[in-house]
Design a protein around this ligand. Structure first.
Ligand SMILES: [Zn+2]
Length: 489
């Protein structure tokens, strides 16, 4: 079992976060039946919210509670620690935005606990709940049965309605201080009998940036080496792993090994390892900067330099967008997707008020049934087939019907035009489209593939679909239905 799990604080005294420990200790002055029924934990990732939620569960269900809180050893405490207690229900609101979870909660809430005094519901990432799920949760919080305890945890408190938080005891989990991290690391060092210098420990603390989980994981990573761990050892592990990761990532977006799937998977892996996206992107930009300078001094081909130049621009913009992104990795992902699309010259979007019928640029593609003349049978909607008269364009309006009949190839080719044309109607939908792709165009139905559940939900909204359909009509002159499917990344 990993260090983080093994040395996770089990009782109140072991909680490393001083402020949280003090607030939980204060609860001990009251009788269990007089304690609040709902708790709201807010703070960044890795600061010990789930750990503290389980300690709360023990506080209510421990069989041998003492003056300093739950014992950590009785049957109830052990089953809570191992995650096998039937009366502690942990839910993740991020999965399917909590719809199933809240339904399950409502079905279960009236039932008595199986083997203890209380049922504890721990809802992680509670800010992800849908409005309906929030409303359902609120109803339960307004009149909770005596045996139900709630612990709601979130990394994003602003997204939780005040009607929910006002019914809870709020506990803030700040980033861990250096002393608190040291407290956590020393517990592991002692038990595992790890030999490590003070400077090396301090370096781990710096790198962890206030997250207990990162600190303990990093200690585990370096603990396999022989002899005493020194600061030089830590630094070599750090630089080796970072520079290797950066190099690998760049190889997926630049050069012969280019592969969008691998590049996106790399970001995903970095995020689940707890990598800070901001520093990762900084490292990537530093690497690209060096590459650019060396190319210039080697008098390399200009296309090579242009290419690097473009990547650096796109990533620098993504860096600027990091601050405002609700999902830390999203700007980087969007940047990667953008880099894999051919740069589109601006004039394609608004060609002119040319009186010509829909032009067919690049009529070379042989599989395009509709290419020769627009008389093919599947060109069902009649309006756009009449090439005799120019499209009724008013001078102040951008030209409609300019890109020709809608096919899958066409839509792929003009995907970025489509996104640009959607932007004025809905900025955030355009953003979502950038990380989605056209899957098929068939019988008047355009199927768009989204790769995140919440993207799918956003695009599938009836008004959004109407906007998308209208924009396509404007661009291609064809009235289509929009379908949204969820694809695998
Ligand atoms: Zn106990």
């Amino acid at each position: 079992m990993s260090f983080y799990r093994t040395y996770r604080p089990q009782v109140i005294d072991e909680i490393d976060n001083t402020n949280v420990r003090a607030q939980l200790l204060a609860l001990l002055s009251k009788d269990r039946k007089d304690l609040p029924h709902a708790y709201f934990f807010t703070g960044p990732k890795g600061t010990g919210k789930t750990t503290a939620a389980r300690v709360i569960a023990k506080l209510f269900n421990c069989e041998k509670s003492t003056k300093s809180g739950p014992c950590g050893n009785c049957e109830q405490c052990s089953s809570i620690a191992s995650g096998t207690s039937l009366d502690v229900i942990e839910m993740d609101a991020a999965s399917n935005r909590g719809i199933d979870e809240i339904r399950q909660l409502r079905e279960r809430i009236g039932l008595s606990p199986v083997s203890s005094a209380y049922t504890i519901y721990i809802i992680d990432e509670v800010h992800m709940l849908t409005t309906e799920a929030f409303n359902a949760l609120l109803k339960t919080l307004e009149e909770p049965p005596n045996h139900a305890i709630f612990v709601l945890a979130t990394t994003d408190a602003h997204k939780v309605p005040p009607t929910i938080t006002s019914r809870c005891m709020v506990i803030k989990f700040a980033k861990a201080s250096k002393e608190e991290l040291l407290h956590a690391l020393e517990r592991v060092v002692k038990s595992e009998k790890i030999s490590i210098s003070d400077e090396a420990l301090q370096r781990i603390i710096e790198v962890a940036d206030g997250a207990f989980r990162d600190a303990v994981k990093f200690l585990e990573q370096v603990s396999f080496s022989k002899g005493k761990i020194e600061i030089s050892h830590i630094d070599s592990v750090l630089s080796l792993s970072t520079s290797h990761k950066v190099e690998l990532f760049v190889s997926f977006i630049y050069g012969k090994e280019k592969d969008i799937q691998k590049a996106l998977a790399h970001i995903h892996a970095a995020v689940s390892e707890g990598t800070d996206i901001r520093s990762f992107l900084t490292d990537v930009l530093q690497y690209l900067h060096k590459a650019l300078i060396s190319r210039v001094s080697e008098k390399n081909t200009s296309s090579d330099i242009q290419n690097l130049d473009r990547i650096i621009h796109v990533f620098t913009r993504a860096y600027g967008e990091l601050r405002y992104s609700p999902i830390p990795e999203l700007p980087l992902e969007l940047a990667v997707i953008e880099l894999f699309q051919e740069p589109v010259p601006q004039q394609v979007v608004t060609p002119s008020v040319s009186p010509a019928p829909p032009p067919m640029p690049k009529a070379s593609a042989p599989q395009q049934v509709s290419t020769p003349v627009a008389k093919s049978p599947q060109a069902a909607p009649v309006e756009e087939v009449a090439p005799a008269t120019p499209p009724p364009t008013r001078a102040d309006e951008p030209a409609d019907v300019s890109l020709g009949l809608l096919t899958h190839e066409k839509l792929l080719e003009h995907w970025s035009d489509f996104i640009a044309a959607t932007k004025p109607f809905n900025h955030s939908v355009a953003g979502v489209l950038r990380s989605s792709r056209p899957k098929s165009v068939n019988g008047g139905i355009v199927t768009i593939e989204a790769f995140y559940k919440f993207h799918q939900e956003k695009l599938a909204d009836i008004h959004t679909k109407q906007v998308l359909s209208d924009v396509l009509k404007k661009l291609f002159g064809e009235k289509v239905k929009i379908e949204i499917v969820l694809g695998k990344k």
